[in-house]
Write a protein that binds this ligand. Structure first.
Ligand code: NAP
Length: 437
């Protein structure tokens, strides 16, 4: 009997697991279960819409999906349609590739005020994620504060200041593009609680900020160190990457504030302490910091930035899934290198937290495949026959991969001039396209 594997989640870590299993010599049936009709998770809904080359990896996912042993079950929710326990009863192995869909909290007073929008929601909104189409961010503020110095923060800052011409060839949704172009935003503050050496954004992304059509990056040159301090404990590669960031930031120093209509201000050594205002955000109170032993330590000097929109991009977490051993402090599954129980495996961000690039998930998927084939020599469970019976009993409208390819073709046909696609942004509308409503 084939080994029957269910993979929950259709983002990079799920697809890399499927690919590794499909390419192994073992006889496997691989069923991928996804809550949304459309597959590809972070590729479709997380990667910035103007980073299309990163999204090309989905072509490889399509190749995996075309293999005989693979089936896709989109529009199926683990929880309401079928539970994790049920799934474990149906399949020899269940792999959770469910990512880290929630925002880390800042943990400061005022962060629940209207006008504080975490990066998961904001990125989801401009990427047409069905959960965030109603977000309607208030973009009437001239100043916007983006908290964090990672690649997500820099993606958000860039999207806020790009022109229509720059954004139009991307797959940002028409609604979000129009909202961003109608915005009053002129000054984006990228707020890092530590210094330029500690910033987590990568150099390609940072350099992009210097090449924008209508935005000049701004930085106070006096805070940029001459070099990465010798006593910093890091690999040569890491040191080189950080030196490159410092060099790029130095190039920003002469840029004039009135060069263009918009500015992105890189403000380092600035830790958010309070979100100000009544029900709605009116500003952010920050404390100047210094870095001591790698940590941001407050100096007792405070300042404020007036704004009605605060976008924390301070990393992600998961809140788990019923039946999954879970570390709530860390927001990741409890596992032994990916083994989370008998026949239960985790891969990607739910396993190791939200770090690395898309390709980092590939060895993860390969490791999970290796573990499954090491642990299970022969299948004993019914797999897709049981899943399909359970979903039929529930009346779930399964979206299969052929359906997705039809939706994909529809989105491509609906694209504005020069754009790769116009995403269908609600589940109801996706099903309507598929069912010819
Ligand atoms: P990240 O790289 O971990 O950055 C999080 C940032 O938030 C850090 O600067 C961190 O500062 C800051 N932060 C955390 N808690 C904070 C607090 N309480 N107050 C102020 N600042 C706080 O996370 P991310 O940007 O969400 O990215 C997630 C992963 O996706 C990363 O591996 C990233 O490289 C990847 N990604 C890659 C791309 C790309 O390749 N183009 C694009 C997007 C995302 P500290 O360093 O001081 O903790």
């Amino acid at each position: 009997m084939p080994i029957r594997v269910a993979i929950v989640g259709s983002g990079p870590s799920g697809f890399y697991t499927a690919e590794a299993l499909a390419k192994s010599d073992a006889d496997c049936e691989i069923d991928m279960i996804e809550r949304l009709p459309a597959p590809h998770g972070l590729i479709r809904y997380g990667v910035a819409p103007d980073h299309q080359t990163t999204k090309n990896v989905s072509r490889n996912f399509n190749k995996t999906a075309a293999r005989d042993e693979f089936r896709y079950y989109g529009n199926v929710d683990i929880g309401s349609d079928v539970s994790l326990d049920d799934l474990r009863g149906m399949y020899d192995a269940v792999v959770l590739a469910i990512g880290s869909p929630e925002d880390n909290k800042l943990g400061i007073p005022g962060e629940d005020k209207q006008g504080v929008i975490g990066s998961a929601a904001f990125v989801g909104w401009y990427n047409g994620h069905p959960d965030f189409v109603e977000l309607n961010p208030d973009l009437a503020s001239a100043n916007v504060c983006v908290i964090g110095n990672g690649n997500v923060a820099i993606d958000i800052a860039r999207l806020l200041v790009k022109t229509r011409e720059e954004l139009s060839p991307s797959d940002i949704t028409n609604d979000s593009l129009d909202a961003l172009q109608a915005s009053s935003v002129t000054d984006v503050f990228m707020l890092g609680r530590r210094g330029p050496v500690e910033a987590k954004f990568t150099n390609v992304e940072l350099r992009e900020m210097g090449k924008l059509e209508n935005c000049a990056p701004q930085i106070d040159g006096s805070i940029i160190p001459d070099a990465v301090p010798e006593d910093e404990d890091m690999s040569d590669r890491d040191r080189r990457l950080r030196e490159r960031n410092l060099a790029t930031l130095r190039e920003f120093v002469p840029r004039q504030p009135d060069e263009f209509e918009k500015r992105v201000h890189f403000q380092f050594y600035a830790a958010p302490r309070e979100i100000l205002g009544g029900d709605k955000v009116e500003g952010v109170r920050l404390e100047r910091t210094e870095v001591v032993d790698g940590r941001a330590v407050g100096t007792g000097e405070f300042f404020e930035i007036e704004t009605s929109l605060v976008l924390p991009a301070v990393g992600y977490r998961s809140s788990g899934l019923e039946g999954l051993p879970f570390n709530d402090d860390w927001g990741v599954a409890i596992s032994d290198e990916g083994r989370a129980g008998e026949g239960l495996y985790v891969v990607g961000w739910i396993k190791r937290g939200p770090t690395g690039v898309i390709g980092t998930n590939r060895p993860d998927g390969q490791e999970a495949a290796r573990q499954i084939l090491e642990d299970i020599s022969e299948g004993t469970k019914p797999g897709r026959a049981a899943l399909e019976a359970a979903l039929a009993a529930k009346g779930t409208r399964i979206v299969n991969y052929q359906d997705w390819l039809r939706l994909d073709a529809h989105e491509k046909a609906e694209a504005r001039d020069g754009a790769p696609r116009e995403k269908v942004i609600t589940v109801a509308a996706m099903l309507e396209v598929l069912d010819g409503g």
